[in-house]
Design a protein around this ligand. Sequence first.
Ligand code: R5P
Length: 363
Amino acid sequence: MNGLKIVAGNANPELAKRITELVVEKFNTKYADFLDELCRDRRGKLAGDVVPLSFEDVWCEAEVSYFPDREVYAHVEKTVRGHFVFVVQPTCPPRGVPRGPEKPGPQTVNDIVMELLLLVDALKRASAERICAVTPYFGYARQDRKTEGRVPISARLLANMIERAGTSRVLAIELHASQIQGFFDIPLDHLRTDHLFARHIQANHPEWLEDLVVVSPDIGGLFRARRVAERLHAPFATLAKRRFRGGDLEVLLVIGEVRGKKVLLVDDILSTGGTLIRAANKLLEDGAREVYAACTHGIFAGDALEQIESSPLSRVVVTDTIPQATTAAHPKVEVISVADDLAEAIIRIYLGLSISELLVRGR
Ligand code: R5P
């Protein structure tokens, strides 16, 4: 059986390392008997001792650096010949990556995308058997259709580039629109986060649950909010919003009952924070008592954190699909991890086991 390797660029190495630790731990405990079975020959004899895995067996160091003219350089440090390699690289803006004249690093989301493409190309040319792009946050996803004439479908182009580079499959979390799965002609496993938010709120904020209504900030996110509402046994509602060219937006109306209620806004992306803040203002105007938010991908672009601080939002829960080292300490922000789900999915994909339990219901 070929080995499993995990490699990462500069997008979210902390998450990649945490996933690797969990993969090793699960292989040595939960999946130990399964591996033991795989290592037996037809007579049921073990081919040799089954030695516990270590972090170094799975983690594959890669150098991803920048030339003075800002071209990207990628080098995978260990052999990957015949291995199944998972490249953990959310295509998000770089956050917390050291850079400066001595050590230039990624500056934009496009640098991070290029890192992913070059890593995949390096792995393919190094004879990796299969390559899975693990993009917990899939950037450019909001540009998933033509909203006016003479504009690209950028999410489709990004999907094409990732596939053409040599990727065999993709693992993503809470895509902006589920249809993006169809932009790839290779398998894509799409994990959700509703179970993580529900579990976090039930364990840490039971007081939110009393008189709660779960609200989507736009009609496109209605099913996402409904999944969280069902898990929390709460009613759900939605807002209708209109976005103008350049990103400005207007919240038009609340569809559903929020007067006298606590509200949990559920969204996929928090970028400038404008959507959540405008939504919170509208909900409070319409009689909501308090507003919290659960948002899978916390980009926190520009001064989003300051905007949230001075907004009426009481609390914002995000995941670590994008690094949150600088935001996690903020009193209004709580961070939950997707590492365990990704580790579980990676092992099941590698072993050829079903992951529908993770895809459909979470655990
Ligand atoms: C839009 O359709 C998305 O689901 C998010 O609501 C949006 O991307 C959030 O962006 P911002 O925080 O800049 O308003």
